[in-house]
Design a protein around this ligand. Structure first.
Ligand SMILES: CC(C)(COP(=O)(O)OP(=O)(O)OC[C@H]1O[C@@H](n2cnc3c(N)ncnc32)[C@H](O)[C@@H]1OP(=O)(O)O)[C@@H](O)C(=O)NCCC(=O)NCCS
Length: 338
């Protein structure tokens, strides 16, 4: 049975079943990725930024007439933000190729259309069935990044310690667990805003005004995702010359996610990128003893960042693509007789 589903009010058994399905999907499609845990999973699924909404549908075995609904065979959610809907679909490996994925997307797409949104975007992991699925549904590829993974057991910690101190005079490097200190929020947001229009092939950071930045940090915490930040501060001006952000999610605390790394244009060439990333890894080693890996996503065109990541020990893992589709066209296609 497929029905609209709300993670905030779902039973604990349903949340646990969704976790089992997610882990079955990971084992089938991304066997090197760590399985997820139930810690803060409900919050991860429920909490959103102010002004955003997440709508979900669940496909469960059985029917209400038979009593308790059973195993979560599939799940779709769509996050409505700005003028687009961002979609995520999961179908249990044992229930694939029966049309369930298509049915779930149809439900979400119809609603997104009714709500007046024009476009749907989705992240598609390269070399998994999702690529052919979304292409069959008419989505087109907008953007490709490379995901790289750093195995902390293979890191040369002595070399890293040297890199961490390799920043030129005139800058100080600070570790900020939990987020930037309040008195640096404005400078932090300015550093993000400054690179917003620079076209080096990376997706631009979105939280570039102070209030949005505060909301975004708050949302991360509520979702059980702990942010760590290392800043390079320019001594003369107090400006944030560089920043790097890593998030450790309660749902998979052995593998952290590297978010933005930014060095402001006028502060490039002083060893900041290398030093702040190295310092971050050194700090994480003691702050997060469970951590064994860090993953990061980079545009293939961003050669300087890829070079520093390779020096740190990151190894390219697979392509990570963004696809999108016009909602009206998607609804039309999915409603057409097959
Ligand atoms: C992508 C996914 C949702 C597809 O679900 P599904 O229920 O198997 O899809 P459907 O049966 O509705 O397939 C619809 C169409 O997509 C295409 N398709 C789906 N899987 C395909 C595959 N493995 N190979 C080729 N085409 C495929 C086909 O055209 C199919 O139509 P057909 O069966 O009539 O030929 C499912 O594989 C999945 O959950 N993948 C994981 C997604 C994810 O989020 N991954 C990230 C974390 S690992």
């Amino acid at each position: 049975m497929v029905r609209e589903w709300d993670s905030r009010t779902a039973s604990s058994a349903e949340i646990a079943s969704l976790l089992d399905t997610l882990n079955a999907v990971l084992a089938a499609d991304l066997p090197q990725d760590p399985p997820w845990r139930e810690d803060s999973l409900r919050e991860y699924l429920s909490e959103v930024m102010p002004g955003e909404r997440r709508l979900s549908w669940a496909a469960q075995a059985g029917s209400p007439a038979e009593g308790e609904l059973g195993v979560m065979l599939g799940h779709v959610h769509v996050l409505l933000l700005g003028d687009i809907g961002v979609l995520e679909v999961l179908v249990h490996p044992t229930a694939r190729r029966t049309g369930l994925g298509r049915d779930l997307v149809r439900l979400a797409a119809r609603r997104v259309y009714q709500e007046g949104f024009r476009s749907i975007g989705v992240e598609v992991v390269g070399d998994t069935p999702a690529v052919e699925f979304y292409e069959a549904l008419g989505f087109s590829r907008e953007y490709v990044e490379t995901r790289s993974v750093l195995d902390l057991s293979a890191v040369d910690w002595a070399a890293l310690t040297e890199m961490a101190t390799g920043v030129d005079a005139g800058y100080r490097v600070e570790f900020c667990p939990g987020g930037p200190p309040d008195d640096l929020i404005d400078a932090y947001a300015r550093a993000k805003a400054a690179v917003r229009d620079v076209d080096d092939g990376e997706l631009r950071p979105s939280s570039y005004d102070p209030q949005r930045l505060r909301d975004s940090l708050d949302t991360l915490h509520r979702r059980g995702m702990k942010p760590y930040i290392v800043l390079a501060i320019h001594d003369d001006t107090g400006e944030v010359a560089g920043l790097t952000e890593v998030v450790v999610p309660a749902q998979h605390p052995t593998r952290a996610d590297q978010y933005d790394t930014i060095v402001a244009q006028q502060h490039r060439g002083h060893g900041i990128d290398r030093a702040i990333k190295a310092r971050m890894l050194l700090e994480l080693r003691s702050a997060e003893p469970e951590l064994t890996e860090v993953q990061t996503w980079n545009a293939q065109a961003n050669e300087s960042m890829l070079k520093v990541n390779a020096e740190l020990g990151y190894r390219p893992d697979r392509e990570w693509c963004e696809y999108s589709v016009d909602v009206a066209e998607l609804v039309h296609q999915l409603d057409a007789p097959r």
